[in-house]
Ligand binder design. Structure first.
Ligand code: SF4
Ligand code: MSK
Length: 646
C-alpha cells in the first residue's frame, strides 16, 4: 500500500469496490475512518517487533540497535517471548470469556431466568454432556441443561487435573502435552498464570515463556473456545448449509436497517426475534418503512449467518463503511473487534450506536445491556428505537454489490455431507487425501487489517490454494471476505484444480467451506482430530497434510488461535504485517524449528501472500512425503498479472 497521505485512489486500500464508493463519501464529507488514519499514523517500529518492554517502572526499555538488554538485564529473547505470551493471554481471555458467557446463558435458561428460553439442539446437548462426564440417562432436558452449564463453568475455575475436552485430541497429542508440561488444567488458571509469569522478575527464559504461551492457548482452543462453540450450538442450533449473500448491498433502501456487530450470537438472536414480533413490523410500517432488515458484521455476522441465514454486510474493515451508507438506523455491538471510530462516524449520520455488553462501553454510545438476565426486553428496546430512528434518514447511498454464498459447514454437517445421515463420517475426505485428489487441507482464518490492502491476500491465497487442489475451510473475517468475493458457492469449483473439482462435484460441496466465526476455529481442531481418528493419515494431527493461514491478521485473538493450532501439531503461516517478535531472530526461528521439533507445528510470519502459498504447499507436500502418499502434483502459481486480474 502507498504511504502517500494524499492518496485518493481507493483501489489501493481495498480490492472491494464498495470500499472505494464509501470512502469517496467519507472524503467528500471530511469524515475520518480507519482507512484515512492508517495513512496518517506510522506504526512504531520498536513496538511492532517487540523491541520494547514496559512491564516495570525502570523502563520502558527499548532494546534495539546497540542495546541487547533492558535495565534489569532482560534479553531481547525474554522481552519478545514475554510480550508474545501477554498477547496470547489477552486473546485466550477474550475467546474464553465468550465461552463463559455462553455457559452463563445456558445456566440462566436452566434456572428459568430467561423468558421463553429454549434449547435448539438436544442431540448436541447429550453429546456435550458426555464430553463433560455427565450421564444423561433418564434426565429431563432442563436438568441436563443445568448440569452441562455447571460442568462447563467448572472448567473455567478448575485448579488441577486436565480440561475435560483434551480427551477429544488424539491420544498421542495428549501424551505429548503431558510430557512437555503444557497440559491445560483450567481455563482461567492458565490465563492468570500467564499474567503472573510475565510480571516483572518472574519467568525469564524464552523457552519456558513460549511453553507458557502454548499451555495458555491450549486452554482456549481445547477449552474456552471449544466450549463456546458447543454451548452455542446447543443454544442456537448446530449449523448446517444455508444460503445467504454478503457485502454492503444487503442493506435495504426501504427497510429499517439494524446491523449487529461483534462476536456473541446472544445479541443477534435476541434482536432477530424482536424484529419478527408483529408489533415491531407494524411500527416500522407506520413510520414509512417496508419492514426491518437485520444484517451482520464480523463474527456476529458469522454466528447468525450460519444459523439463521442473516446476511453479512462485511468483514471487520466494513464497520465504518456500513454507517457511511447513511442507511443504518442502529449499529448494535457486543464485544471484540469494534472500532471506537464507529462512535465518530455514526455522529455524522442519524445512526444510533448501541453498545450492549457490560464489558464494552465505547465513547458516547447508547448503552443498553443485552445480557443473560434481560435479553429480550433490552433487544425489544433497541429494535423499537431503531425503527423510530427511520424517519431521521437523510442521504442514502447503498452500493449495489453483494454476492450469493453458502455457509454453515460445521463438523457435524461436513460428516453428514460426506456420508449421509446413516453413515456420517469423514472417510471420503481421508480417502481422497490419500489418493491425492485432495492435495491437502488449508484453514484460511482471521481478520482484515487496514495495514494490508483489504481482501487482497485472502482472495489470492484462497484462489491459489484451490487451484492447487487444496480444500479450503474458512472462518472469521476471512470467511466473510471469501463470501464477498463470490468464493463460497459451488460455482467456485471452476477455479479449483481438476482433481479437487471432481471430489467437490461428486460430494456436492464447494471447494471453500465456511466453517464459522473466529471462536469456531475450535471446529477445525475437532475436524483435524476426527481426520486422525478416521484413519489412514497417521496417529496425530502433527504430520497431516494440513496447514493454517491467516493472511490479514490483526488481533491478539489471532495470535492465541495460531498458538493453540501449533500446540495441536499443525503449521501456521501469518502474512500481511510482519512478525511481532522480529526484534529477536532467535525467538522468531524458535517458533519455526524449535516448535516443530517439540510440537510438530510451527508459526511463520511471511509478509507476501504469494510466498505464503509456496510455503503452505511445501508444508503440505512434505507431509504427504512423510506419510508416503505423495503423488506427483503440478504447482499452479499465480503471477503478478493473474493476481491483479483477480
Ligand atoms: Fe526494562 Fe526490565 Fe523493566 Fe522490562 S522489566 S521495563 S526490560 S527494566
Ligand atoms: S472478528 S478477531 S477481525 S476474524 Fe472475529 Fe474478524 Fe479477526 Fe475480529
Amino acid at each position: 500500500m502507498s504511504d502517500d497521505k494524499t492518496v485518493t485512489d481507493f483501489s489501493e486500500v481495498s480490492i472491494d469496490p464498495t470500499a472505494a464508493e464509501m470512502l469517496q463519501i467519507a472524503e467528500e464529507r471530511g469524515i475520518e475512518t480507519v482507512f484515512s488514519r492508517v495513512r496518517e499514523i506510522k506504526p512504531c517500529s520498536t513496538g511492532a517487533t517487540s523491541g520494547c518492554c514496559k512491564v516495570c517502572a525502570m523502563g520502558p526499555c527499548r532494546v534495539i540497535g546497540k542495546y541487547e538488554r533492558g535495565v534489569c538485564g532482560a534479553t531481547r529473547e525474554t522481552i519478545a517471548a514475554r510480550n508474545f505470551l501477554r498477547q496470547v493471554a489477552a486473546g485466550a481471555a477474550a475467546h474464553s470469556d465468550h465461552g463463559r458467557d455462553a455457559a452463563l446463558a445456558l445456566k440462566a435458561i436452566a434456572v428459568g431466568e430467561i423468558e421463553e428460553g429454549t434449547i435448539a439442539d438436544e442431540i448436541k446437548l447429550v453429546r456435550v454432556a458426555g464430553y463433560l462426564g455427565i450421564d444423561p440417562t433418564g434426565k429431563d432436558v432442563m436438568t441436563l441443561v443445568g448440569e452441562v452449564a455447571d460442568a462447563a463453568l467448572a472448567q473455567f475455575g478448575q485448579q488441577a487435573g486436565e480440561l475435560a475436552y483434551v480427551a477429544r485430541a488424539p491420544k498421542k497429542r495428549q501424551e505429548l502435552w503431558r510430557s512437555c508440561g503444557v497440559m491445560p488444567r483450567g481455563v482461567d488458571r492458565e490465563i492468570v498464570e500467564s499474567m503472573h509469569r510475565t510480571h516483572v522478575g518472574t519467568d525469564q527464559n524464552y523457552h519456558s515463556l513460549l511453553d507458557g504461551a502454548i499451555k495458555c492457548a491450549l486452554s482456549d482452543g481445547w477449552g474456552g473456545s471449544m466450549l463456546a462453540t458447543d454451548l452455542q450450538d446447543i443454544l442456537y442450533g448446530t449449523p448446517k448449509a444455508i444460503r445467504s449473500s454478503a457485502n454492503l448491498g444487503v442493506l435495504s433502501e426501504s427497510k429499517v436497517n439494524v446491523v449487529v456487530h461483534g462476536h456473541e450470537p446472544l445479541l443477534a438472536s435476541m434482536i432477530i426475534d424482536a424484529t419478527r414480533e408483529p408489533v415491531m413490523t407494524e411500527l416500522a410500517k407506520s413510520l414509512g418503512a417496508d419492514g426491518i432488515n437485520v444484517v451482520g458484521l464480523c463474527c456476529t455476522a458469522n454466528e447468525s449467518l450460519m444459523r439463521q441465514g442473516i446476511a453479512p454486510a462485511g468483514n471487520m474493515l466494513h464497520q465504518e463503511l456500513a454507517v457511511l451508507t447513511g442507511a443504518v438506523e442502529a449499529m448494535v455491538v457486543d464485544v471484540q473487534c469494534i472500532f471506537q471510530g464507529l462512535d465518530d462516524v455514526s455522529s455524522h449520520f442519524h445512526t444510533m450506536f448501541v453498545t450492549t455488553s457490560p464489558k464494552a462501553v465505547i465513547g458516547n454510545s447508547l448503552h443498553i445491556v443485552v445480557d443473560e438476565h434481560r435479553p429480550r426486553e433490552a433487544a425489544r428496546e433497541i429494535v423499537r428505537r431503531a425503527i423510530e430512528n427511520f424517519p431521521n434518514r437523510k442521504d442514502v447511498h447503498i452500493p449495489n454489490v453483494s454476492e450469493p454464498l453458502i455457509a454453515g459447514f460445521s463438523h457435524e454437517y461436513i460428516r453428514y455431507m460426506l456420508g449421509g445421515k446413516m453413515r456420517a463420517s469423514l472417510n471420503p475426505l481421508n480417502e481422497n487425501i490419500v489418493n491425492g485428489r485432495i492435495r491437502g487441507v488449508a484453514a484460511v482464518v482471521g481478520c482484515s487489517n487496514a495495514r494490508s490492502v483489504q481482501d487482497f491476500a485472502v482472495v489470492n491465497i484462497v484462489r491459489e490454494l484451490i487451484a492447487n487442489n487444496v480444500l479450503v475451510v474458512a472462518t472469521g473475517c476471512a470467511a466473510i471476505t471469501s463470501g464477498k468475493h463470490g468464493l463460497l458457492t459451488p460455482e467456485t469449483m471452476e477455479y479449483a484444480g481438476e482433481t479437487l473439482r471432481e471430489v467437490c462435484e461428486t460430494v456436492g460441496i464447494p471447494p471453500v467451506l465456511h466453517v464459522g466465526s473466529c471462536v469456531d476455529n475450535s471446529r477445525i481442531l475437532t475436524i483435524l482430530a476426527d481426520v486422525v481418528a478416521t484413519g489412514g493419515l497417521g496417529d496425530d494431527i502433527a504430520g497431516l497434510p494440513a496447514v493454517a493461514l491467516s493472511p490479514e491478521w490483526f488481533s491478539e485473538k489471532a495470535l492465541d488461535i495460531a498458538t493453540y493450532v501449533v500446540g495441536s501439531g499443525a503449521h501456521v503461516i501469518f502474512s500481511g504485517v510482519g512478525s511481532p517478535v522480529a526484534n529477536s531472530p532467535i525467538v522468531e526461528e524458535y517458533m519455526i524449528s524449535g516448535w516443530t521439533e517439540r510440537y510438530g507445528g510451527s508459526l511463520r510470519f511471511i509478509k507476501e501472500p504469494q510466498d505464503a502459498v509456496v510455503a503452505a504447499l511445501d508444508l503440505i507436500d512434505n507431509a504427504r512425503k512423510a506419510l508416503k502418499i505423495d503423488v506427483p502434483q503440478e504447482r499452479v502459481l499465480f503471477d503478478m498479472d493473474m493476481r491483479r486480474e483477480l
